[in-house]
Design a protein around this ligand. Structure first.
Ligand code: AMP
Length: 403
């Protein structure tokens, strides 16, 4: 079965076509800058293999419909297309960031699902309108193909109320659904299952702390394969220090800076989401640039790295307390998979809690799933590459089989 995975944002559509018999990626790419004077499309055939072939287009892409037309044109192109016709695409899986508490599983798209996603726009104003645009165009262009929505929030729907409630007036939860939802669920779910497999156990018998460190970062306490707490909240702003997001911060900061700087709520939202985190502390949001700056003696970059490690350790410590027994700490995503310094800083000083890194294994430039803890570490420390597109495609197949 060929599954087209779509991640449609406000001005972009990222996609991957997977052959789910072999779980091989046939092609992938992204349309970006939709609605701007010039848009781009990057299309890779057989990505990551020796036969990789890349096509780049630059032209105005006025809307999502035009973007999808371009993607379909390349996928089915007579010469370089990976399928002969659209009939060979048997399902479309849509990544959805905010499913609120309306969705507790991946599901087939129908009008009620579209209505639910529309209702959730106030809780996901940045992402859900772009997802809806992708679903609308995709239903129009693939009318006979089943479409499945896979939510970033679903994995965290197993959190108990003590973990997802804010200690704010209860009416805010009842009236506005103000609560913690958590994000990156597709990644936390995927690496939990892969980690269990790596440990030779069934996922429902493992307790894990999954640590997704990328441009956006979050941590999850996984008990018997289920999320019982996670660091992101109502939105992806809460929790760890990220590329441009501040993570946890005292809410009283916002009226203070609003009054002192004459800033509107929108401006403060932009400040905390796009101008803070590593970027706010040292002017750089990419971890590789931060390391380069630290090497040149940049004190602010060193502070950003210090703060990042400290926040991560605090969360790991708190999730050890939440879980009691922990089989493994699982690092994943751009920083988690590639950066031994960030991993070391995240567990430094936790040896007395049974977490011991093997220095050489941590530094080894190996790819793929691996154990980087020392033989006498009671908690394993693993690196498991995430694959959100594959997880979305697997869940899409799962929904179709069950329907
Ligand atoms: P992601 O959002 O998962 O794509 O991760 C993006 C983050 O991963 C950025 O901060 C990158 O700097 C970081 N990253 C990617 N590769 C490396 C690497 N080799 N070493 C350190 N950080 C990396």
């Amino acid at each position: 079965m060929n599954v087209l995975v779509i991640n449609s944002g406000s001005s972009s559509i990222k996609y991957q076509l997977l052959d789910m018999t072999t779980e091989r990626v046939m092609c992938s790419g992204a349309v970006e800058r939709i609605g701007e004077a010039q848009g781009t499309l990057t299309h890779k055939i057989a990505p990551g293999t020796e036969g990789e072939d890349k096509i780049t287009l630059t032209q105005p892409i006025p809307d999502h419909e035009e973007g999808m037309h371009l993607i379909i044109g390349l996928i089915t192109d007579a010469e370089r297309g990976v399928v002969k016709s659209l009939d060979e695409i048997e399902a479309v899986g849509h990544r959805i960031v905010q499913g609120g508490d309306l969705f507790d599983r991946s599901c087939l798209v129908d009008d009620a699902v579209v209505e639910g996603l529309t209702k959730l726009i106030p809780l996901g104003p940045v992402h859900n309108p772009g997802h809806l645009a992708g679903i609308r165009v995709s239903r129009h262009l693939f009318p006979k193909v089943p479409q499945v929505t896979v939510f970033d929030t679903v994995f965290h729907q197993t959190m108990p109320p003590r973990a997802y409630m804010y200690a704010l007036p209860y009416e805010l939860y009842e009236e506005l659904k103000v609560r913690r939802y958590g994000f990156h669920g597709t990644s936390h779910s995927y690496v939990s299952k892969e980690a269990a497999r790596f440990l030779g156990k069934s996922v429902d018998e493992v307790n894990l702390i999954t640590v997704h460190l990328g441009n956006g970062s979050s941590m999850c306490a996984v008990q018997n394969g289920k999320s019982v707490d996670t660091s992101m909240g109502l939105t992806p702003l809460e929790g760890l220090i990220m590329g441009t997001r501040c993570g946890d911060a005292d809410l009283a900061i916002y009226p203070l800076i609003g009054a002192a700087k004459g800033m509107s709520i929108e401006e403060i939202n932009d400040l905390t989401n796009k101008q803070s985190g590593f970027k706010g502390i040292c002017g750089k949001n990419d971890m590789r640039d931060i390391h380069a700056a630290v090497a040149k003696g940049d004190g602010r970059a060193k502070l950003a790295l210090d703060m990042f490690g400290y926040r991560n350790r605090k969360y790991i410590g708190s999730y050890l307390a939440v879980l009691g027994r922990v089989d493994a700490i699982v690092f994943t995503a751009g920083i988690g998979e590639n950066d031994p310094v960030a991993r070391e800083l995240s567990v430094r000083g936790l040896e007395h809690m049974g977490i011991k890194l093997d220095h050489d294994r941590n530094l080894a430039p190996t790819r793929g799933a691996r154990d980087i803890s020392s033989a006498d570490s009671t908690v394993r420390v693993l690196v498991i590459p995430t694959n959100e597109e594959l997880e979305i495609a697997r869940q899409t197949v799962g929904v179709l089989r069950a329907s």
